[in-house]
Design a protein around this ligand. Structure first.
Ligand code: NAD
Ligand code: DAU
Length: 361
């Protein structure tokens, strides 16, 4: 079996669902169920003996030791993290704790476990660290996309904590010979995305007739990848990736935020027309994110050349599936919008500008 951390979050949840749809190899899923963890994402696995869920913290060494001893996984796929840049600006401490201390704890537990393995089991073991393109910092408009050798230049507490975790993983390979692989992926979108990140927030706010808050001039560029393509890439790297290597994963799909918002509005206009007019009337420019990285772009040629992975979805197909999924799953969204989520809206948008009253409404 494999041990997945953070498997009740957006990408981890999609990964667990896809893993069990394509393989019968069981999953032990360790997740603390923070505001971002949602077991409803995994509701279709209820009663499925191939999925064992354990609520707990990756910083809890005794718990991680117990899980490794009990389930003897052949691999750890490490998603668990604090993942939202805006939250890291409001409260960086939890990012250092989970992303740095948590990764350190997992690495140390994995090292003890792996050291005691023998023969084929030892040779087959993998620690797959899931990371982000944000560790590379920000690109200018004409800069070449990030390759795996791009210098680390993180600019937010989130990306700094992920960069630190990447360095720990690297060091555990070079110092202890731990069988690690790291993937650095661009912005994901798709089903089960928590509606405080750009794309799901725009869909959910538009449907509720609320403002669509665009930071700054809306021209920051991200490289968007459909989440199931990310999951497929991780499966390939886990299977065939070279130890100690890093692989960039991206969608070959750079777009300014404002274009993304217009595309979402156009799809909603088509699929759920609003008598009041196009949803784009709700676009509201708000104060920028501090330290807002201007552009990310991934050069994903290494993973294609070495492992044969390329994204299956174009942005056009992926975003249509995503909007359709949100339209078909209003209960999932409603249940996610708990009290703590409403508190976050007040904390993040409350002091941006005069549009706050509308954004909070
Ligand atoms: P998410 O915030 O949706 O989910 C994170 C999950 O980790 C949640 O289920 C949460 O409960 C769990 N978690 C948090 N702290 C924990 C702890 N201390 N112990 C155990 N579980 C804990 O995040 P996501 O968007 O699914 O991202 C998953 C991983 O992928 C992260 O490592 C992130 O850095 C990375 N990543 C995300 C993106 C993206 O676009 N979302 C892109 C590239 C890389
Ligand atoms: O690049 C990979 C990263 O992508 C991951 O490592 C992070 O975990 C993930 O959260 C994501 O980070 P971003 O900061 O790029 O994602 P977010 O959805 O928060 O924002 C995307 C862009 O949209 C960014 O330029 C900020 C902007 N934005 C975001 C929100 C929430 C807005 O304009 N308005 C908003 O309300």
């Amino acid at each position: 079996m494999i041990l997945v951390t953070g498997g009740a979050g957006f990408i981890g949840g999609n990964f667990v669902l896809d893993w069990l749809a394509t393989s019968d190899e069981p999953v032990i899923n360790l997740d603390a169920l923070t505001y971002a963890g949602n077991l409803e994402t995994l509701a279709s696995l209820a009663g499925d003996a191939r999925h064992v869920f354990r609520r707990g913290d990756i910083c809890d060494r005794a718990l991680v030791d117990e899980l490794l001893k009990t389930y003897c996984p052949r691999a750890i796929v490490h998603f668990a993290a604090e993942s939202h840049v805006d939250r890291s600006i409001h409260g960086p401490g939890e990012f250092v704790r989970t992303n740095v201390e948590g990764t350190f704890t997992l690495l140390e537990a994995a090292r003890a476990y792996w050291s005691a393995l023998e023969g084929d089991e030892k040779a087959a073991f993998r620690f797959h660290h899931v990371s982000t393109d944000e560790v590379y910092g920000s690109l200018g408009p004409d800069d070449a996309p990030f390759t795996e050798t791009h210098p680390y230049e993180p600019n937010s507490p989130y990306s700094a904590s992920k960069a630190a975790s990447d360095h720990l993983v690297r060091a555990w390979y070079h110092t202890y010979g731990m069988p690690v692989v790291t993937t650095n992926c661009s912005n994901n979108y798709g089903p089960y995305h928590f509606p405080e990140k750009l794309i799901p927030l725009m869909i959910v706010n538009a449907l509720a007739g609320k403002p669509l808050p665009v930071y700054g001039d809306g021209k920051n560029v991200r490289d968007w990848l459909y989440v199931k393509d990310h999951c497929a890439a991780i499966r390939v790297v886990l299977q065939k990736g070279r130890l100690g290597e890093t692989y960039n994963i991206g969608g070959w799909n750079e777009k300014p935020n404002i274009d993304i918002v217009h595309i979402v509005c156009a799809l909603l206009d088509e699929l759920r027309p609003d008598a009041a007019g196009s949803y784009s009337r709700l676009i509201t420019y708000v104060k920028d994110r501090p330290g807002h990285d201007r552009r990310y772009a991934i050069d994903a040629r290494k993973i294609e050349r070495e492992l044969g992975w390329r994204p299956a979805e174009t942005f056009e197909t992926g975003i249509r599936k995503t909007v359709e999924w949100y339209l078909a799953n209003p209960e999932w969204v409603a249940n996610v919008q708990s009290g703590s989520y409403r508190d976050w809206v007040a904390a993040n948008y409350g002091d941006r500008d005069d549009s706050r009253a509308q954004v909070r409404a």
